[in-house]
Design a binder for this molecule. Structure first.
Ligand SMILES: [Zn+2]
Length: 128
């Protein structure tokens, strides 16, 4: 289970809508499943309208910052500019993190989280 405030969820939506029509990617961090930070990352995939790849330098810098702050990586999020909030075959085949993958579907304004590659859904609790 992931918990996030309405405000941080809204700021994640703002980041991902700003990346449209490309896919956006970033990290949720915090502790004990409660998200306290949203970290947008540049999508450096050569075809950003079809897939995502977080900039490795920014990713590493962000992870080091979390470690220094005593925070955990809680989830990786990305957007589907079109299509459902379900993992694509590419999402599943490239899933090497053990944290949940959160998928934001821009058309339907739906957000869902999954453990990948298993595909098991993870709940998201939205707090005030
Ligand atoms: Zn995807």
């Amino acid at each position: 289970m992931l918990c996030i405030s309405k405000d941080l969820l809204a700021s994640t939506w703002r980041h991902l809508r700003a990346e449209f029509p490309g896919e956006g990617v970033g990290l949720w961090a915090g502790c004990w499943g409660l998200v306290t930070q949203v970290h947008p990352l540049p999508n450096v995939h050569p075809k950003p309208h079809q897939s995502y790849e977080a900039d490795p330098v920014e990713l590493l810098r962000t992870l080091q910052g979390l470690e220094a702050a005593g925070l955990e990586l809680l989830a990786i999020y990305h957007s589907h500019p079109t299509g459902p909030a379900r993992p694509s075959p590419t999402d599943t085949s490239k899933a090497y993190w053990r944290v949940p993958y959160v998928i934001f579907a821009l058309e339907s304004s739906e957000v869902r989280a999954y453990r990948l590659p298993e595909g098991e859904e993870v709940g998201i609790e939205i707090r005030q």
